[in-house]
Ligand binder design. Sequence first.
Ligand SMILES: Cc1cc2nc3c(=O)[nH]c(=O)nc-3n(C[C@H](O)[C@H](O)[C@H](O)COP(=O)(O)OP(=O)(O)OC[C@H]3O[C@@H](n4cnc5c(N)ncnc54)[C@H](O)[C@@H]3O)c2cc1C
Length: 236
Amino acid sequence: MLNGLSLYAMNIEHRHGGRDALGYLVSNHLIRKAAFEAVQDSAEITLLADSVISSVNTTDDAAHLTLADGSRITAQLLVAADSRFSETRRAIGISASMHDFGRVMMVCVMEHEVPHQHVAWEWFDYGRTLALLPMNGMRASVVVTMSAPEIEALMQMTETDFNRAIEQHFQHRLGAMRLRSTRHAYPLVTVYPDRFVARRFALIGDAAVGMHPVTAHGFNFGLRGADKLAAEIMEA
Ligand SMILES: Cc1cc2nc3c(=O)[nH]c(=O)nc-3n(C[C@H](O)[C@H](O)[C@H](O)COP(=O)(O)OP(=O)(O)OC[C@H]3O[C@@H](n4cnc5c(N)ncnc54)[C@H](O)[C@@H]3O)c2cc1C
């Protein structure tokens, strides 16, 4: 963990905790693939992948959904996991506090000249935060957090200019760097609803707690929420 221009870094090592590893970095597309494979053949789960919800309402006995194609679904419980900007949460009437940091995170994969030694970096620099999450080989996931106009400029740059700009942001610690993926930008907004449940309705995932991505725990926390809700349903 690096702080501004300081040459001192906070090192957190698995050896301190007597463990094999502090944790594991798993690419999101592999998690999504595994989740899909886990449900696609289940007789108890019907996947409606290309559907969009157009309206919802609940009564004491049931939740009613209408999809964009006009079809209707009735269920005993509606669980919404439709992102931190959940439209379903809004439609049910649950209010939420949002904090817009006025900053945007840009994520991409880059190849670099100097080995990362499988160390993850979090660098709280002046005016920007940089993160480097090691991947196999000489590649890493790079996360840059800056103001919206600065990120917009990075998104629009030619690949050559982009490579030079990122090398400079990392102060050439990784040598020459080359973009190896598309660039993705996420506005930094945290969200916390006033309630997690309503009549025949529950929130999980980011719809329940949209935390700051610097914690790198939103997905993990979402899994905990799903597990907790399942236990509550079994008990009920
Ligand atoms: C840059 C970045 C880095 C992160 N790094 C980490 C990390 O290292 N570790 C970690 O644990 N977490 C991390 N997170 C957080 C993690 O990505 C989220 O917590 C997680 O994706 C939340 O999952 P979710 O399913 O609740 O919501 P989402 O992933 O937002 O998915 C919501 C889904 O609902 C769909 N949807 C929305 N509205 C509708 C509608 N009306 N009808 C039908 N479908 C709809 C959307 O299309 C989408 O597929 C990171 C987040 C960011 C932005």
